[in-house]
Write a protein that binds this ligand. Structure first.
Ligand code: UDP
Ligand code: MG
Length: 338
């Protein structure tokens, strides 16, 4: 295998139904580019037959196919990192396995890289997602753009191209929970975006629940900005100042009237105030917990994932002995690079 010009990284989790359709479009699309490429599938601990399907595909196209098999489910972004740590190409494209990102669009991303960009984000032309996800992601975009320096029109689109420098930097980052397109963006010097088509899932269903989407957005905001923490302290100071003011008014009115003034209690609802303050406190505790939790995860310094097996051909031999298929078995642990 000559050093590939293009590495395509695809996370796979319970996609057995959709994989054949993906192969049928992905390989011809990449062959049509007429450049040496490799595809790295990372099986993220699928509980269905995805691993077996990937193994068959590896045996069918061992020249361009590599498969990393996780021993458990570590999440889409960890799977992509595992691919990033192994890429051999100068340019890297990430893609979802469910055909929501048409592989034919890769050529457009590469054209932008030819034009000198080192980061090309895809923007879905017409989203084929549930309406609540469209609205939620638009709102999140607005918040993120205000409080971080990351400009990303479509954070949900994983069809993106990166230069090798960026991918190496992402792979070397020791973040535990991260959102790759945003992290990569911080390393880019000439980012750009292109519109890409978007299709409905070919088969299976979305692996993201509402809870996971909320988690992802928390990661995105707390991972790249301290503004939530700072906003909270500002809000806390504001509340404290206001309560001082209210206290001053209460005391002043008591002094002036000699006692309570009728009607004053109509405005003063201690229960509501208590609820409000308890809400503020809980919000603050939760927010602090968000950061403390990240520190906790970081200091544990666990391996981000463990690999069960890697299916690939060795690089050094001139790859003509097709029987010579490398398969590392057993436990391979990747510590986060220091
Ligand atoms: N995925 C993964 N691990 C997970 C969840 C998802 O590797 O824990 C993969 C999944 O197989 C797909 C991609 O990540 O290739 C995007 O997932 P999905 O299509 O479910 O997300 P959505 O398009 O609904 O945002
Ligand atoms: Mg999808």
């Amino acid at each position: 295998m000559t050093a590939p010009a293009l590495s395509v990284v695809i996370p796979v989790y319970n996609e057995e139904a959709g994989l054949p359709a993906l192969f049928a479009r992905l390989y011809p699309a990449l062959d049509a580019l007429r450049l040496p490429y490799e595809i790295i599938f990372v099986n993220d601990g699928s509980r269905d037959r995805s691993a077996a399907v990937l193994k068959d595909q590896f045996l069918a196209r061992p020249d361009v196919t590599r498969v990393v098999l996780f021993n458990a489910n570590y999440g889409q972004h960890t799977a992509i990192i595992a691919g990033f740590e192994r890429v051999r190409g100068e340019r890297i494209v990430t893609l979802d396995a469910d055909l929501q990102n048409p592989p034919e669009e890769i050529a457009h991303l590469l054209a932008q890289m030819d034009a000198g960009h080192d980061y090309v984000g895809g923007v879905r032309r017409k989203r084929e997602d549930a309406w609540w996800r469209r609205i939620a992601s638009r709102a999140m975009n607005r918040v993120r753009e205000r409080i971080t320096r990351i400009k990303m029109t479509d954070q949900g689109c994983m069809l993106r191209a990166y230069s090798r420098d960026i991918v190496d930097a992402v792979a070397a980052s020791r973040e535990v929970s991260t959102y790759i397109p945003a992290l990569a963006y911080t390393f880019a010097h000439a980012p750009t975006e292109v519109e890409v088509a978007h299709e409905e899932r070919a088969a299976g269903e979305s692996k993201y629940s509402l809870y996971q989407l909320i988690r992802l957005n928390f990661d995105l905001v707390t991972g790249f900005s301290l503004v939530p923490l700072q906003l909270f302290s500002i809000f806390g100071m504001f509340v404290a100042a206001m309560s001082l003011l209210v206290y001053a008014i209460v005391v002043a009115r008591r002094v002036v009237a000699g006692d309570f003034v009728g009607g004053f209690y109509a405005l003063w609802d201690r229960d509501v105030l208590q609820f409000f303050l308890i809400g503020v406190v809980l919000f603050g505790v939760g927010l602090v917990g968000e950061y403390v939790g990240r520190i906790y995860q970081q200091v544990r310094d666990r391996p981000r994932y463990t690999v069960r097996a890697v299916l690939e051909r060795p690089t050094d031999e001139a790859g003509d002995q097709d029987a010579n298929i490398l398969q590392h078995e057993g436990h391979e642990e990747r510590r986060i690079a220091r």
